[in-house]
Design a protein around this ligand. Structure first.
Ligand SMILES: Nc1ncnc2c1ncn2[C@@H]1O[C@H](COP(=O)(O)OP(=O)(O)OP(=O)(O)O)[C@@H](O)[C@H]1O
Length: 589
C-alpha cells in the first residue's frame, strides 16, 4: 500500500513536471479553487432543503422565503462553478494527453533501431493510444472525483458530528468498515484489471497480426485457426471478467447492507432521541441526508482510488519510455565534412545483434571502397550482406572495429549530414500513405520542383507507369496499392532525387525477381553514364547477372568475406562465386 501511495505521488510529480508552466497550471489552479466553492455550495443544499420544508410546515413565512432565496443562490453558484470546473478539467486533461503523446512519440522516434527489434508495433501504439488516455484520466477523472468526494465526505462528517455526535460516531464506524472492505476489493480489482489488460492486449495482437497478414490467411485458408487463436484470449478474458463480476456482486451486497444499516440505525437511535426530546425531526432528517452523503462519498473515494491505481499501472511503462535517453546519434554533435568523396572503409569490423548476442553475424570484415567505385556484395541468404549496409547507415554500431568515411570514423561524423548524402533502396521498399510526388520527395531537404521529381522518376524507370495512374504524380498510394517492382522504382527515384554521393541498393530477395534485376541494372547504367556526378555504389545482389558489370564483387560467407574480385577473376578462381553462378545458371536452364 505504501509503495502504491509512493507511485501515485511519483506519477503526480511526473505529470506536473511534464505540463508545468503551461496554461495547464492555470486551469488546474482555477479548477481547485472552484472545486472548494462547489463543494461548499453543494454541501449546504440538504441543510437548506430540510430547513425550507420544515419552515413551511411550521408556517414561518419569512424564514421560508429566506431559505428559498438561499437555496436558489446556492444552486445557481453550484451550477456555474460546476460548469467552470468541468471546462477547466477538460482543458487540463486535453493539454496533458497532447503533451504526453508528443513527449512519448518524440522519445520513441529518437531511440536506437535495436530498441525497435525488442518491441512490438502493437505494444508501442497502445502505449501512445489507450495508455496515455488512461493516465490522463488521473487528472480528468480520478483526482477530480477523489478531491470532490473527500471534500464532500469531510464536510458531511463535520456536519453530522455537530448535529449529533453519538449518531455521527455510529456512521463513522460504518464508513470505516466500508473503507476497509473497499481497500480489499480495490486490491482484487487492481489484480484483475492487470490480467484483463494483458489478455486484451494479447487478443489485439492476434487480430493485428491476422489483419496485416490477411492475404496469407486467405490463401492458406486459416480463418478458423485464426478465430481459434483469437477466441483463446477471449475465453481467458471472459473467465477473469466472470470472477470480477462475482466479486462486484459480493461488493454490492456488502455496500447495500451497510448503507441500509446506517439508515436503520439512524432511524432507530434517532427515533429514540426524538422520543426522549433530545433532537427534532428536522435534525434527524438532515442527519439521514448527510449520512447518505458521507457513505456515498466514501464509496466514490474507494472506487476512484482503485481506478487511480489502474492508471498508475498504465503510467509506469509510459513514463519509463518517456524517460529513455535518445540515441547517441541525436545527442553528440558530429563533424560535417566540406565535401563527401565517398571513400568507405570497413576496418576489422565484427558485429552481433543485441537480441542474439551469442550469434556472430559479421567477423573481421576488412573492405575499402574507393570514391566512384561500384561494389557488389553477394553471398548466400543470411551471410550478413544487409547487416554490412545497416552498419554503414549507422542503424547499428559495430561490436568491434570501425567504419571510416573519407578517413573519418563514422561515429565522429554528423549522422544527419551523412544520411543526407546517402541514397538507400531497401529490399522491400515501403511507401507512405501520401501521393507519389511526396513519396519521391520524402526526406529530401533541398527545394524540389516537380521537374526534378519527374527527372528522378524517369531515371528510375518509374515515370511511364506513374503517368498511367488515374491522377499521375498526385495519385494517393500506400504500401498495398502498388506492385513490389513499382514500389522499388519509386524508392529508387527517392534515392536518386537526393543526388547522393553514396548509393546503396539492396536487391529484392527473390532470386527470380526479374523486374527487380531490371530496375537495379537500370540504375547502375544511369550511374555509369552520368559522368558529371561520381557516386560510390554498393549493391547487394541476389541475381548474379545483375552485377557482372560491377568494378568489384565481394562474396560473403557466414559473416566473413570469402572472395573478392571482378566477375571474370572470380569465375577463374572457381570458388564460391563460381559455384553460385553455376547454380543460378542451372536453375534458369
Ligand atoms: N534485427 C535482427 N536481430 C537479430 N538478428 C538479425 C537481425 N537482422 C538480421 N539478423 C540475423 O543476422 C544474420 C544476417 O542477416 P542479413 O540480413 O544481414 O543477411 P543477408 O545476407 O542480407 O540475407 P538475405 O540475402 O536473405 O537478405 C541472419 O542470421 C539473420 O537472422
Amino acid at each position: 500500500m505504501i509503495s502504491d501511495n509512493l507511485l501515485v505521488i511519483i506519477l503526480f510529480v511526473e505529470i506536473i513536471t511534464l505540463v508545468s508552466g503551461e496554461i495547464f497550471s492555470f486551469c488546474f489552479l482555477i479548477n481547485c479553487l472552484v472545486h472548494v466553492l462547489v463543494q461548499l455550495s453543494e454541501i449546504s443544499i440538504p441543510h437548506y432543503l430540510t430547513a425550507t420544508i420544515f419552515s413551511a410546515q411550521s408556517h414561518e413565512i419569512a424564514v421560508f422565503h429566506r431559505n428559498v432565496r438561499h437555496l436558489i443562490m446556492i444552486c445557481v453558484t453550484a451550477g456555474i462553478c460546476s460548469g467552470l470546473r468541468g471546462c477547466c478539467f477538460g482543458i487540463a486533461n486535453m493539454i496533458l494527453v497532447k503533451r504526453m503523446r508528443e513527449t512519448l512519440y518524440s522519445s520513441l522516434l529518437l531511440q536506437e533501431i535495436s530498441f525497435f527489434d525488442g518491441e512490438t508495433v502493437g505494444d508501442l501504439t497502445s502505449r501512445l493510444g489507450s495508455d496515455c488516455q488512461q493516465v490522463s484520466r488521473v487528472i480528468g477523472n480520478d483526482l477530480n472525483l477523489i478531491m470532490r468526494n473527500v471534500l464532500q465526505g469531510t464536510g458531511a462528517l463535520i456536519y453530522l458530528l455537530i448535529l449529533s455526535w453519538p449518531l455521527g460516531v455510529c456512521t463513522l464506524v460504518i464508513c470505516s468498515s466500508l473503507a476497509a472492505i473497499m481497500t480489499v476489493y480495490g486490491m482484487y480489482q487492481k489484480k484483475t484489471a492487470k490480467l484483463i489488460q494483458e489478455y486484451a492486449a494479447s487478443a489485439n495482437e492476434v487480430a493485428q497480426e491476422t489483419f496485416s497478414l490477411m492475404r496469407t490467411v486467405r490463401v492458406y485458408g486459416t480463418e478458423k485457426q485464426e478465430l481459434k487463436r483469437y477466441n483463446h484470449w477471449l475465453d481467458k478474458l471472459a473467465e477473469v471478467s466472470l470472477r470480477q463480476s462475482a466479486a462486484y456482486g459480493v461488493w454490492n451486497l456488502t455496500f447495500n447492507t451497510l448503507y441500509h444499516a446506517t439508515q436503520i440505525i439512524a432511524v432507530l437511535v434517532g427515533g429514540m432521541y426524538i422520543l426522549a426530546g433530545h433532537i427534532t425531526a428536522e435534525k434527524l432528517t438532515k442527519f439521514i441526508l448527510y449520512s447518505e452523503w458521507l457513505i456515498y462519498s466514501t464509496w466514490w473515494v474507494g472506487d476512484n482510488v482503485s481506478s487511480l491505481m489502474q492508471s498508475v499501472g498504465a503510467s509506469e511503462k509510459v513514463f519509463q519510455l518517456m524517460d529513455l535517453l535518445p540515441s547517441d546519434q541525436f545527442i553528440s554533435e558530429g563533424m560535417a565534412l566540406q565535401k563527401l568523396q565517398g571513400h568507405i572503409e570497413f576496418v576489422n569490423v565484427s558485429f552481433q545483434y543485441l537480441s542474439r548476442e551469442m550469434v556472430p553475424v559479421l567477423q573481421h570484415i576488412n573492405l575499402s571502397v574507393h570514391p566512384g567505385e561500384v561494389v557488389a556484395i553477394v553471398g548466400l541468404s543470411g551471410s550478413g550482406k544487409s547487416t554490412m549496409v545497416n552498419l554503414l547507415l549507422r542503424l547499428y554500431e559495430p561490436t568491434n572495429g570501425q567504419i571510416l568515411i573519407d578517413g573519418v570514423p563514422l561515429n565522429e561524423l554528423d549522422t544527419m549530414w551523412l544520411r543526407g548524402r546517402i541514397g538507400y533502396v531497401g529490399q522491400e521498399p515501403k511507401l507512405f500513405r501520401m501521393d507519389i510526388s511526396s513519396n519521391i520527395k520524402y526526406g529530401c531537404t533541398r527545394n524540389i520542383k516537380q521537374e526534378d521529381v519527374e527527372w528522378a522518376a524517369k531515371l528510375a524507370y518509374a515515370h511511364d507507369f506513374i503517368t498511367l495512374l488515374p491522377n499521375g504524380y498526385n495519385t494517393l498510394v500506400d504500401d498495398d496499392l502498388l506492385s513490389g517492382g513499382q514500389k522499388q522504382r519509386i524508392a529508387i527515384a527517392r534515392a536518386i532525387l537526393r543526388d547522393p554521393t553514396i548509393l546503396i541498393l539492396d536487391e529484392a530477395t527473390s532470386a527470380l525477381d526479374a523486374e527487380s534485376e531490371h530496375n537495379v541494372k537500370g540504375v547502375l547504367r544511369s550511374v555509369r553514364s552520368d559522368l558529371s556526378s561520381r557516386r560510390t555504389v554498393i549493391v547487394i545482389a541476389h541475381r548474379l547477372s545483375t552485377i557482372q558489370a560491377a568494378d568489384r564483387i565481394v562474396v560473403m560467407d557466414g559473416g566473413q568475406i570469402a572472395e573478392m574480385g571482378s566477375h571474370n577473376e572470380l569465375l577463374h578462381k572457381n570458388g564460391l562465386y563460381a559455384r553460385l553462378t553455376r547454380r543460378q545458371t542451372d536453375a534458369v536452364v
